[in-house]
Design a binder for this molecule. Sequence first.
Ligand code: 4GN
Length: 251
Amino acid sequence: MRIDFVTLFPEMCEAVMAESIIGRARKKGVLQVYCHQIRDFANNKHNRVDDSPFGGGMGMLLMAEPIALCLEDVIRQVGKKPHIVYLSPQGNTLTQKHVKELAGYENLTLLCGHYEGIDERVLEEFVDEEISIGDYVVTGGELPALVLADSVSRMIDGVLSAPECFEEESHFNGLLEYPQYTRPADWRGKQVPEVLVSGHHENVRKWRHEQSLLRTAQKRPELLKCADLTQQDREFLEKLEKSRENAEDEC
Ligand code: 4GN
């Protein structure tokens, strides 16, 4: 996959995308990332890309033309029109399901806004999809775009190493993760759960799965509606519900 960032802060995007698992994927060649400076396409000698809004009001807006020229340059470089996403609090909230769908595109372009926003006409002309990373506002679209790029990149074949992949497979079935522990087995008097040091793999597997169900029921019960549960899972959750009801009766 190729990801292009269209932004006033290309160094910020480049810096994040150079590190860790994503940086390794780029070195391996399974992911290409290019960060483009909107200001390079300013059509005035002061390199201005912002102006005040028609109708009055506070703040500044990014002008349409520099963004259009920058996006057209990306389209030319890519050789065809990429899937263009605008990061905004007005978009559909990103989910893991949506992330997996986005990972299917050969070319993704992430348009990052700044100031009070972008001239609506360039959004109408170029943007395929508006996405939000959650119901809150940050000062620029770069951090949301980086969140999206990271989550999408790790879904691409060859980005995660074998153990990381294996974890993804077994743990992202719509349930929360089970608790994990590493050495020492006794930390400040707190012990690791007995089953994990027993060496009994089948019991470990069962305990972890039940912890996932338990945690999801406790912390994010609404996720259970969409999780793919076996008959055995449903029976476990029913038992849990009953023991909770019994505990309530006693109070
Ligand atoms: C996206 C952009 C939050 C999100 C943003 C989000 C920059 N804040 N929830 N801020 O995904 C006006 C113009 C605000 C750009 C935008």
